[in-house]
Ligand binder design. Sequence first.
Ligand code: C2E
Ligand code: MG
Ligand code: MG
Length: 631
Amino acid sequence: MKGPGMVDDRQLSAVLSEFAYTIATDFSIASILDHLVRQIVHVVPVTSAGVTLIEEDGHPHLVAASNDAALRFERLQTELSDGPCVLAHGSGAAVSVADLSVEERFPRFATAASQAGLGSVFAFPLNHGRVRLGALDLYNESVGSLSADAMSAAQTLANVATAYLLNARTREEAHQSSDQMRHLASHDALTGLPNRMLLLQRIDHAAERARRSHAPAAVLFVDLDRFKSINDTYGHDMGDELLRAVGVRLTDVVRPGDTLARVYGDEFVLLCEDLRDQSDVDRVSERIRRSFDPPFTLDGVSVSISASVGVAYAGPGDLVSGALIAEADQAMYQIKRESALGRATSDLDSLPSRGRSVALGRDLRAALTGKGLDVAYQPIVEPANGVLSAVEVLLRWTHPVEGPMPPASVIAVAERTGVVSELGAWVLERACRDWVRWQQDDPDGAFDLAVNISTVQLMAPDVAGEVGRILDRTAMVPERLVLEVTESVLVEDPERARLVLLDLKALGVRVALDDFGAGYSSLSYLNRLPIDILKIDRQHIESNGGVGRSSEVISALTTLAHALGLQVVIEGVETKIDRLTAVQVGAELAQGYFYARPVAAADLEALLRGAGASTSPFRLPRQRARSLRRR
Ligand code: C2E
Ligand code: MG
Ligand code: MG
């Protein structure tokens, strides 16, 4: 138990981690403050605690207290503009008053508080760099100072709370515009219908539900016939008008709960779930075709148009995935081709997007057994001393005609066309083999291997089995493997993700959450998921111009990650200043062009051989001793 003036260390770490857990799920600024004052009195031997947030113009705007007396003391300080809270906030340093009755720095508060029975008070600034948020006050009825331990525990809690507060503030700011942004990002501006991205998300959801319910689902691909000629004859405005009108008509014939999306140009996709059987789909597709019977009246002109409908049906228990779109697309294409035999083929030429997506998928499949696929490696380094900690493997595909393709697009095509699991397995196996070879060449050079796993790949059946088999086949050391997953999957179905990640972790591998801060940045799942490493996205550095405010966010996220027991990697470290930010926020690891761009395996080997030399951006773990300036 804690003696007078003593801090209970176990209690402190319990409170810190509980703090992290609670705050991460319940995120309002007020609840952070409440939590801080309620918890701190269990850690530090004081009677009560209060906290006041102060705006830039000096006005208090939020107060929390562990009991009524503390609340009165907080308000008193605000009313008088005098007291330890005001001083700590203004000076940025902790204020310790062992005996209020003889205190002279804030006479008005000291007199009033002593009369109310207060003996001593200790105030801690909620500061982060240049940002001053307010101060935390600890009140004791008795006279006497706090031990150095207690003072430092209190400041630690104040610092952690500050990190949360900053993050909460950033989130609140971001939230204001994000709803609108989300709608814009997920809907087609012309028709207001969901766009391709939202459709793919819905298909992922449908896949999940179908797995549980075993109910059939279907994807219908609707493509307007001769749309191009309408555009050519009447102009693009009329074309747009027609697309909007088609959107309205199609909306009228779909069942509630189904998703109708415009995915590209004159292509609409309908996702139907919870079907009884195939005859349901037949009825829907018949309704769609018939809905084109009456001509459209646009600007007083009557326009007749028909549509081709391709259907892909996933029966009870079948796998539902983005590949269904490709299948429906191909079915539709087939229909067009057949009916095109009797008419001009000009509109067949204007099918780049679907032709392209499907064709790329085919080329990718061919590349898996042929050539064109390769990987690059990028070092991940301890920013404080330049010691190499890991390499991340990054896919590279050179298309036979189109040349090098951006990996993110390759993965998207692979997800859509059903080859992503194979592709992911290929990358993993290749990287594990490389790693094992490096280990054999240099047994002391041990570093980790980071491999990206796409959302669709992660949610595919038996992903852990597949990874396990690759580990066995290649003799990769599981403890050295880090699988990088992105947050989208975690947001959509955290429970499923949790189970899959647990299966993977049972193999001995670790899990990193990639690109954190780029998308949803929902903190609520961070503590529910078995994650070991948080990779903070480079956009925090990029969009904020290096340091300054961005480092506050990075710092807050780092503190949060640490409180949850996670390691932190700062991504996109390009400059010396970025590196310094990574060091200053206490991130364990950094990755980016400052150290090295992704390089071919052979070039990485050359870099490894040169490591430790004065021109090398990093050193190997066994060369750590040469750089023991820090830690
Ligand atoms: P990622 O996993 O976040 O990988 C890091 C990306 O950031 C890489 O882009 C890398 O080249 C880039 N990068 C690293 N340092 C810097 C920097 O200092 N500045 C800038 N501007 N960029 C930097 P890359 O290779 O184009 O890969 C893009 C994304 O594609 C990856 O992001 C990952 O999400 C995905 N990806 C790549 N390979 C694979 C793979 O094998 N499987 C899966 N599922 N996804 C992959
Ligand atoms: Mg990654
Ligand atoms: Mg990343």
